[in-house]
Design a protein. Structure first.
Length: 336
């Protein structure tokens, strides 16, 4: 583990009204969250809008999209969005990048994903520092003297790459500041990807611990732990068929039953197969003590951050209060 302080993030879906985003920002700002993210999922609102509404009301938290992809948004536009968010937030923006999901619905084939992600990072940084030289990548090109026509707040921002893959983790070790494993609360995944991140860092002549690892997932916290876990099963069922095969801890026989249930019964059938052990690996769920226990295991595994994802609880404002008043202070007191 590195000597960096452990950080807590909270993430929101981009399906709310402006007043709702502002109210959420006001509430989150009362607590010790280090990062506030907004998802940029296909067919939801672009994350930039909610982030611009929330950033002025967040006095200390880092803010960013989790995450953009360079197939639907060109790195030139990604750089511009990042620069604008950095301006509005007073230099607290971060950039999340991923390969992208469900691109087949748009007729987009994500060819050469690792090279595309690498070059997207390079080109965004090239643009933010207003480098006048040409950028000549295998995927992206930029002519000489093609610079942003304004001065960004910073010539670089922290960059997170989301992945479950070993090869992409190696690329992140070379060029990113953080790897996020989205949809997981399993500390074993940190240990599985850490050697590849470290290898990439060595190849780029960076410190092996230069890149932190974040685990982020559906979060449902409630004083009534059974109510929380019941809702979490419903929420996790929507994405479990995608992420369960990526986790080496998943039992192949159980996975075969999961696929059959999804095909025959949909999300309801998947939810029926989510045991307590499975739920522990793919969601933060239960009462505050349950979530604290999960986070403790993740810290022990060597992660640098967790991100509590939607829906947070049956009543989101209450759930955010529980996280802010019971979960975060436990770790802040322990660190003293």
């Amino acid at each position: 583990m590195s000597g960096r302080p452990f950080r807590f993030g909270i993430a929101f879906q981009s399906n709310k009204t402006p007043s709702e985003y502002q109210a959420l920002a006001d509430q989150v700002d009362r607590y010790g969250f280090d990062v506030v993210s907004v998802y940029n999922d296909l067919l939801f609102q672009p994350a930039l809008g909610p982030l611009l509404l929330m950033a002025p009301r967040l006095r200390r938290a880092q803010v960013g999209a989790a995450a953009l992809n360079p197939y639907t948004v060109h790195p030139l536009e990604i750089a511009g969005q990042t620069a604008l968010l950095d301006l509005v937030s007073g230099g607290r923006a971060y950039l999340g990048l991923v390969r992208g999901a469900w691109l087949d619905r748009l007729g987009i084939e994500p060819v050469r994903p690792r090279q595309t992600l690498r070059e997207a990072v390079e080109l965004v940084r090239h643009l933010l520092r207003r480098d006048s030289r040409a950028y000549e990548g295998q995927v992206f090109q930029l002519a000489a003297n093609t610079c942003l026509q304004y001065e960004p707040v910073r010539p670089a921002v922290p960059i997170m790459i989301g992945t479950w893959g070993k090869e992409t983790a190696r690329v992140a070790g070379q060029v990113a500041d953080e790897v996020k494993i989205g949809g997981s609360t399993n500390g074993a995944m940190v240990q599985a990807l850490r050697p590849f991140i470290a290898e990439g860092a060595r190849q780029a002549e960076r410190a092996e611990d230069a890149v932190g690892v974040c685990l982020g997932a559906v979060t449902v916290v409630d004083e009534d732990r059974e109510r929380a876990r019941a809702l979490a099963r419903q929420e996790v069922a929507l994405y479990l068929p995608v992420v369960a095969p990526l986790d080496p801890s998943t039992d192949p026989e159980w996975l075969a039953r999961l696929r059959t249930a999804e095909r025959d019964q949909g999300a309801a059938g998947v939810a029926d197969l989510i045991t307590d052990e499975v739920l522990e690996r793919f969601a933060f769920a239960g009462n505050p003590a349950d979530v604290i226990r999960q986070v403790e295991r993740i810290i022990h595994a060597g992660a640098a951050r967790v991100e509590f994802g939607t829906p947070h609880g049956t009543h989101p404002p209450t759930a955010i209060r529980l996280l802010g008043e019971q979960v975060l202070p436990y770790f802040q007191t322990s660190a003293r």
